[in-house]
Design a protein around this ligand. Structure first.
Ligand code: SD4
Length: 331
């Protein structure tokens, strides 16, 4: 179903299933009036993830954390479900290629100590998030890109795989026929997974992984592997992750902004909204550019906000794991 149509149909139903404090924040949000944070009874474990594939990512992460697993392990395992799914054309295996036919992947991960790792323009590896984790854990660096990232992955036992599936190859060939040699940053066709979790010990971790903008220029890297842009976690404050047109997120250092706004007292919902407002207030034509943020604070309060209708995210608390339609700037 077209994502926008889905939202029209399910906004009310989806809102009804979220925790009460989030529900109030989701529905009462106004674009200028700050809403005070809730009382903040800590909810653990908790998992919040972008888009529909977030349901499965949440499920896997929650299972691990309910058994006492560490946030970092849970968030890595969570997003790996989307990376491994060859039907998912925006993450990992099966991702749409760049305009020259290369599937190039970006990913980042942050643990509860603020350690981070990232890979960008990584080819032939199904699980860039695990390579990002190894960059964090085994190297003195934060990010490896391209050939160097691939070399590092292969040296650490990852297998080379052809990531271009028939479905994505076909779309790319169709796109080439149209002759418009432009990246395609539209609202509907990119679904990066970003996930933030809180484990039973109250520690946060986050992960973000994508094949990026479909049919992008060769060499293009988006926000997802850029610490602070596509993902940011501060264990004392909260975490945020972004989806959508990375160029817009990068220039506002969006996820860092969301976390800093929470540090300064905004609720996750308010912080996501304010970060989107920075983008919305720019002079850029935003007709075809979607951006969405999700966030969770240390107390387990959550939020999500997007530029356009159509962004939904998955929230798992206790036994519930449900989709929520984000409030948007454009109606
Ligand atoms: C990027 N932010 O590469 C990613 C794409 C994305 O939902 O999030 N799509 O710009």
């Amino acid at each position: 179903m077209n994502r926008r149509k889905f939202i029209t149909k399910t906004t009310i139903a989806a809102s009804g299933v979220v925790a009460a404090s989030s529900f109030l924040q989701q529905t009462a949000i106004s674009q200028s009036v700050p809403i005070p944070s809730g009382s903040g009874a800590a909810v653990r474990p908790l998992s919040i993830s972008t888009w529909w594939h977030g349901l499965e990512a949440n499920r896997v992460a929650m299972e691990m954390m309910q058994r006492g697993g560490r946030a970092l392990d849970a968030v890595e395992a969570g997003v790996k479900t989307a990376e491994a799914d060859d039907k998912n054309q925006s993450v990992g295996l099966g991702g749409r290629p760049d305009r020259d036919g290369n599937v190039t992947l970006d990913a980042s991960i942050i643990d509860e100590q603020g350690n981070c790792g990232a890979v960008a323009y990584l080819q032939h590896i199904v699980h860039p998030i695990s390579v990002a984790r190894l960059v964090m854990e085994k190297t003195p660096h934060v990010m490896l890109v391209g050939e160097g990232a691939l070399q590092f992955a292969l040296e650490n036992g990852f297998q080379k795989t052809d990531l271009l599936t028939d479905a994505s190859r076909k779309e790319w060939e169709e796109w080439k026929k149209e002759g418009k040699y432009q990246p395609v940053p539209n609202i509907e066709n990119h679904d990066t997974i970003g996930q933030i979790v809180i484990d039973t010990a109250g520690n946060l971790s986050g992960a973000c992984t994508t094949s990026g903008m479909p049919f992008k220029m060769n060499g293009r890297v988006g926000d997802s592997p850029i610490i602070g842009a596509g993902l940011y976690v501060d264990n004392e404050v909260g975490g945020a992750t972004a989806t959508g047109l990375g160029e817009l997120v990068m220039r506002t250092v969006g996820s860092f902004l969301v976390v800093e706004l929470m540090r300064n007292g905004r609720s996750p919902q308010q912080a996501c909204q304010e970060a989107v407002m920075r983008i919305a207030n720019s002079k850029i034509d935003l007709t075809d550019a979607q951006v969405g943020f999700i966030a969770v604070n240390k107390n387990g309060e959550t939020g999500g906000y997007s530029l356009h209708p159509g962004f939904d995210y998955a929230l798992a608390i206790g036994d519930e794991n449900k989709m929520i339609a984000a409030v948007s700037f454009f109606k």
